[in-house]
Ligand binder design. Structure first.
Ligand code: ARG
Ligand code: ZN
Length: 472
């Protein structure tokens, strides 16, 4: 019975399709996610952003953020509509100059329907006017916008952008940024890259920042508050800009004594990883109650509490190591987080050896021995930890143990050639754990599948690595 009614319906649909232009007939909505199995709703399908221009105004007294985002993008399919990831209130959207209709769905989707469908391979300009109070917005029950006594800051991983700009929020879609933010005179706005200029009028100061190399959305940051700003240059010539909230209390000096060494540390890391990949460097410490740090591109975010015991150059080494491992070469999917955290932790071990506080082998032996075989630590698989364990200590410590074991397996020469060659091979792009294994096998000239399986994928404690034969 039903079947008989379906047949005429199908004919009607077919005749409607025939009545509209061929290009539009094949256009379809862009997917609401980019296809990451850990986070199916993150990012979007159907286009690729090349540049974000954010022109904003922020009032610390009310936590109100407003402005315009202009996205330069290219379509990768015929599109009837497409999504951005965003949480604030949208007033108007224009695509290629024409007003587009829009609606919201899910936890953080902004669905945009352009006036006319977009053909695959076309350059498009998307303008989004918006406003809102970021601290009032949650997704999945959390917020990545941290309001402070004198402003606010957007920093988190994997999600931070939703609270301050509409984006294709996944590391697979990297882009350059101009971030221009107007704040009341006497307050500063800190972001990534180079401070191109500042200007003042009518009681407001505008800060114009530019990040001119591909940058993942979670590595874009904005902090507003009252900061002391220091400037300098690394020995290798990179301009350094650091910012310390005036409100760090007891942690101020230790934070500053640590982060002022960023230039020295970046130059030291460059010996292992190749030339520093950006034209700006620094760090900033807002007066947040958060406890983490984040490798926001060119200018990491540091929580004040991380300096409560005194200087913490290990943390600076960690975040600056991410400038290569995470920022220059970004994960292809969030399951590849070992590519970031295993290497950043291993860099801390190299720094320990450099500082005379224990060699990499001594630390590896200690970490290995301190975790009994029945410690749940060993059930976490650093090569694919799952979204709930993405930042589990095992991704860091077992991840670094894997690197020390690899070094023993293939020898120092190949190991350090890989550390440097990898960042060059995948510079400004994305790569996976599988890509790393393939590259290591190529450089070392030996199969390593069993090795990586043992160290990154088995939910159990690997047998102690044998010391490399002295004769080799
Ligand atoms: N990539 C950061 C780091 O290792 C980790 C951030 C963890 N995120 C969080 N919300 N705790 O420094
Ligand atoms: Zn890290």
């Amino acid at each position: 019975m039903h079947r008989r009614f379906f047949a005429p319906g199908a004919l009607v649909a077919a005749s409607v399709l025939l009545a509209i232009p061929a290009s539009a007939a094949s256009s379809a909505p862009g997917a609401p996610g980019i296809g990451d199995p850990y986070y199916p709703a993150y990012g979007n399908g159907g286009y690729d952003v090349s540049h974000y221009d954010l022109r904003l105004k922020y009032q610390p007294a009310t936590d109100r953020l407003e402005g315009t985002a202009t996205l330069l993008a290219r379509t990768t399919q015929d599109l009837s509509r497409f999504n951005l990831d965003f949480l604030l209130d949208v007033g108007e959207v224009r695509v290629n100059g024409a007003k587009a209709s829009f609606t919201t769905s899910g936890e953080h989707e902004l669905e945009i329907t352009p006036k006319t469908p977009l053909a695959k391979g076309s350059d498009i300009t998307v303008v989004v006017r918006y406003s809102g109070v970021p601290s009032g917005e949650q997704a999945y029950g959390f917020t990545s916008w941290h309001r402070t006594a004198d402003g606010g800051v957007a920093a988190n991983e994997p999600e931070a952008a939703w609270w301050w700009f509409p984006s294709n929020d996944h590391p697979l879609d990297k882009a350059t940024y101009d971030v221009s933010v107007q704040v009341p005179d006497g307050t500063q706005a800190i972001s990534n890259g180079t401070l191109q200029s500042t200007s003042s009028r009518l009681g407001w100061t505008r800060y114009n920042w530019r990040s001119n190399k591909p940058q993942a959305t979670y590595l874009a940051t904005l902090a507003v508050g009252r900061f002391d700003i220091t400037t300098g240059r690394t020995e290798s010539g990179i301009p350094v800009v650091n910012a310390y909230s005036k409100d760090l209390g007891d942690n101020y000096n230790a934070a500053r004594a640590s982060i002022e060494r960023s230039g020295e540390i970046a130059d030291w890391l460059a010996e292992y990883f190749g030339p520093y990949p950006y034209n700006a460097l620094g760090g900033y410490v807002p007066n947040t109650a958060t406890r983490y740090a984040l490798e926001t591109q060119t200018r990491p975010f540091y929580s004040p509490s991380r300096f409560a015991s005194g200087t913490n150059t290990y943390l600076v080494v960690h975040e600056l190591a991410h400038q290569w491992y995470g920022d220059l070469v970004s994960v292809a999917g969030w399951k590849d987080i070992w590519i970031n955290e295993g290497f950043a932790r291993y860099s801390e071990w190299l720094w320990s050896e450099h500082e005379g506080e224990g060699t990499t082998q001594e630390i590896a032996d200690y970490v290995y021995a301190s975790r009994a075989a029945d410690d749940p630590f060993w059930t976490v698989r650093p090569g694919d930890p799952g979204p709930d364990n993405q930042f589990h200590i095992a991704v860091y410590d077992r991840g670094a143990l894997a690197l020390q074991a690899l070094r023993g397996e293939i020898g120092d020469e190949d190991f350090f050639a890989i550390l440097k060659g990898w960042t060059d091979k995948y510079a400004y792009g994305n790569a996976s754990v599988a890509d790393f294994q393939a590259y290591a096998e190529q450089v070392a000239g030996q199969p390593l599948a069993a090795f990586f399986d043992t160290w990154l994928f088995q939910p159990s404690k690997p047998a102690a690595p044998e010391a490399r034969e002295a004769s080799i």
